[in-house]
Design a protein around this ligand. Sequence first.
Ligand SMILES: Cc1cc2nc3c(=O)[nH]c(=O)nc-3n(C[C@H](O)[C@H](O)[C@H](O)COP(=O)(O)OP(=O)(O)OC[C@H]3O[C@@H](n4cnc5c(N)ncnc54)[C@H](O)[C@@H]3O)c2cc1C
Length: 454
Amino acid sequence: MPRDVLVLGAGMAGLTAALSLLRRGHRVTLLEYQDRIGGRLLSLPLGDGMFSEAGGGHFRSNMPYVLGYVRHFGLPLLALNDGLPRYMVDGMTASAADLGNWPWPLDRAERNVTIAASLNRYLQRVGLDTDTVLDARWPEGDAIEGLSNVTLGDMIRRVGASDAFCKLLDAHGGGFTSGSPALAIIPDLAYHFGDQNLFRIQGGNERLPLAMADAIGRDRIFLGSPVAAIDQSGGRVHVTTRSGRLFSGDVVISTIPFSVMGDIQVTPGWSAAKARLFAEMEWDQTVKVVVKTRTPSWLAKNARGWPMAGGDRSWERAIDITGNEPGGHGSLFFYLNGANADAVLARPGPNRGQPVVDQFRTDMPDLIDEVLAVQDFAWGEQPWIKGSFGGPPMGGGWMLREWSKPEGRIHFAGDFTTLKTGWVEGAIESGLRAARQIDAAAPAEGRPRIRQEW
Ligand SMILES: Cc1cc2nc3c(=O)[nH]c(=O)nc-3n(C[C@H](O)[C@H](O)[C@H](O)COP(=O)(O)OP(=O)(O)OC[C@H]3O[C@@H](n4cnc5c(N)ncnc54)[C@H](O)[C@@H]3O)c2cc1C
């Protein structure tokens, strides 16, 4: 029996859920805060036909949903390089291309092998691996609490990792890595260290949500419609936008980030468990400083990819997404979190990202030939999310059960309702989960098929 479904948010999770339910004959309406589609897939034109990404920047081959959706919509791909970085930690520099000459006090077994290989070895020692942790059912039972009460660094130190290795891991994966709860960070590392095949969409990753919006029908999507109130006290659910427009449905899928849930009036009020979930989820405040260079000059210096450089410096990580994009210029961004992001935000004026680039060029003077343009994008400044990605804090294992449980006729989706937070794969997974709570046969797009013309 077809149902009237209101989907709140036209990012990847909302679009996935809407498309899936439409395929089953349900009537779907999407309400989107912004005047644009795509949420945290937000492409930035660099000129000369090149694009950078303020949000989701790349995908990997161990992401079957992303591959399926990209294939289904026939979007052209660019190939990117996996990271072959130069590190700068504790005032010392070394290249991942020159493993024998690392100056840090690494353990004997950590020498002469990549960081990925050592990390996988430590994960094996605690009974984990970079495949299993990407299963939507991982982890189960008692493992959830255990993994949410220990940081990744403490977990791998117990099975032999040195402090120097944990510092290198932070330089490669971002300053937050070893201090994060193991539960929240291990799937993230499984993407970074479990697959070396990277890609993005030519013309901008935003093309994927735009293609999905076309398939859904633009007339079903109301842009510039921030939801202000949800009332499920009667027979139907009523949703009111900030301008006072009223929509009604049998059921709602909310992909509104929990970081902005407090801006919405709900009747009856949220249960105590949902209110706690929204209040206690932790949201990063990532800033990206996006740079266009004359050429990808770092390639000649044996540094490249995701990341091209990493360290305990104010530039944290330099990420090269140039790959085989046509245009001839270099496309790079600095990916800043915590104190490094705060330092950019504290500066006045339009060029607040420039000191990050300057410091990088002082620390590694040979990697960038000429800077053609610099811009910054601060996720905490976006009123529709006020952050970049949300995840469970230490001791937050209980959140896993809570975020997948509907509240009355409101179902929840968004990458932050999975352990693949910060990844489009998680957004799609969550959209399908919410759609299947409403209709168990709701399908995904793009099952693998061999092209006949081969
Ligand atoms: C800095 C950064 C780097 C990233 N890098 C990668 C990467 O390399 N690879 C990768 O796969 N993923 C990456 N991601 C994650 C990826 O972008 C997300 O997983 C995905 O886009 C999330 O989709 P979503 O639908 O769950 O949430 P969102 O895209 O955030 O969608 C939520 C939507 O809800 C809307 N909304 C909010 N409030 C309201 C309201 N009151 N009423 C109506 N609508 C509302 C918002 O406007 C938004 O459109 C990155 C993200 C960031 C921020």
